[in-house]
Design a protein around this ligand. Structure first.
Ligand code: IFM
Length: 440
């Protein structure tokens, strides 16, 4: 069981679960256009078994019973995302069927007493915009602003909160430098441009939504604790650089209007001309910040400038992803983010969870490792709150087993098991543990 109780958290603290459109909805219907993940998955070698999101969990047709799973467990909020390629199949023209889907989904949340926490972009870039350079093209700020106006023109009055972009680092670095996510580039110039443009698009969307009167606006940053693998000066420097490009770059841009010196030195020649002039937009004031947290990395020194190439295996217990379980990192990020960047602004843990090779046996799924993971990370949240950090909510990743991007359907992050042949849902022991905890 979860050793915590709802009553251990401050009044009004929100518990919820998070998902994203491409990972659960199914993208092969409802008038959705091609997304760059369809193309990435169709390229041999990119995704395990070349799996894509065409069917996923078929949430598009099963959203009502999926939302029942949230309300039956007593969750307060649902963090979902709106697919750009569904709403605008070519990136620019509206698909009314797509907007209608999110309208129905919103009403269904409200009917169940669930607070809708929208994320506008969780990686479904329309292929037609990828053709035009995607995140490398500065015009994406305006395109994203138009998409934002379109979606929030329809949903904005019913949202509890709205985030612009999910995980700036993944959109830019993981996808343009490491090449592990769509569009699968490995190019430093593309990376620098994507890093800057994703922040410019974020700021543009915030400005547009402020103009429309949409309330409670934020952004979602993923953070991975970076620690040196040993005491050498080279490893300490490697961890600091990793920390800069993974964890500091995007919050520093959004909240301080600066980029870390190390990165300006490394990426400067590749950043778009006049990048310094964009900070007035990038720093558009926010109402809250979201942190997605899963693990840490140990970095060893090396001769080159990019220490991620020298991440070494750590000694801690690992999840199915091979990620170390390190709850202290969540506590430390909450404290550091409030201290150095966000001050009194509410912070939400917008994602936290683990994948596990869960199996359904006699109609049940026992996942004690996930319950232990939630326990230790909820303790980290409570410790941060006790130190005065204004943490206002915790969203477990994820409601359902789903499409784990380049790793296909093999990695299971859900509190609810999905049989990907029959699409049957089976709440796991961790779902029951939350239900028990939320009632106490
Ligand atoms: O599945 C992803 C999600 O899309 C973004 N955050 C991390 C999760 C687990 O890898």
């Amino acid at each position: 069981m979860l050793t915590h109780a709802r009553s251990d958290f401050p009044d009004g603290f929100l518990f919820g679960a998070a998902t994203s459109a491409y990972q659960i909805e199914g993208h092969g219907f409802g008038g959705a256009g091609r997304a760059m993940w369809d193309d990435f998955a169709a390229t041999p070698g990119n995704v395990v078994r070349a799996e894509d999101g065409a069917r996923a969990c078929d949430h598009y047709h099963r959203y009502a019973s999926d939302l029942d799973l949230l309300s039956d467990a007593g969750f307060d909020a649902y963090r979902f995302s709106t697919s750009w390629a569904r709403v605008m199949p070519d990136g620019r023209t509206v698909n009314p069927e797509g907007l209608d889907f999110y309208d129905r989904l919103t009403d269904a949340m409200l009917e169940r007493g669930l607070k809708p926490m929208a994320t506008l972009y969780h990686w479904e870039l329309p292929s037609a915009l990828a053709d035009q350079g995607g995140w490398r093209n500065r015009d994406i700020a305006g395109w994203f602003g138009d998409f934002t106006e379109c979606v929030m023109g329809r949903l904005g009055d019913r949202m509890y909160s709205v985030a612009t972009i999910n995980e700036f680092w993944c959109v830019s670095w993981l996808s343009h430098f490491l090449g592990q996510h769509a569009p699968g580039l490995r190019d430093i110039r593309a990376t620098a441009r994507a890093m800057h443009h994703v922040l410019l698009a974020h700021g543009t969307a915030i400005e547009r939504m402020r103009g429309m009167g949409v309330m409670n606006l934020g952004a979602v940053f993923n953070m991975e604790w970076a620690a040196p693998a040993d005491d050498s000066a080279a490893s300490v420097e490697a961890a600091a650089l990793y920390d800069d490009y993974y964890n500091h770059f995007f919050v520093s841009g959004a909240f301080k209007g600066t980029y870390p010196d190390r990165l300006v030195a490394a990426l400067g020649p590749h950043l778009p001309q006049g990048w310094q002039d964009d900070f007035a937009t990038i720093t558009a004031p926010l109402d809250w910040a979201g942190i997605n947290y899963y693990t840490r990395s140990l970095l060893a020194g090396n001769d080159g400038p990019w220490p991620h190439l020298h991440a070494v295996e750590g000694p801690l217990e690992k999840t199915q992803m091979g990620w170390e379980v390190y709850p202290q990192g969540l506590h430390d990020f909450l404290v550091r983010t409030a201290r150095d960047y966000t001050g009194d602004l509410p912070i939400y843990v917008t994602e936290n969870g683990m994948s596990n090779a869960d199996q359904r046996v006699d109609g049940t799924v026992d996942d004690p490792a996930r319950i232990a993971y939630f326990n230790s990370h909820l303790s980290a949240v409570r410790d941060a709150i006790a130190k005065g950090v204004p943490v206002k909510g915790y969203m477990a990743w994820s409601l359902l087993d789903n499409y784990e991007w380049a790793l296909g359907y093999e990695k299971r992050f859900g509190m609810v098991h999905v049989d990907f042949d029959t699409l049957e849902r089976t709440p796991k022991a961790s779902w029951h543990a939350f239900k028990d905890m939320l009632a106490r």
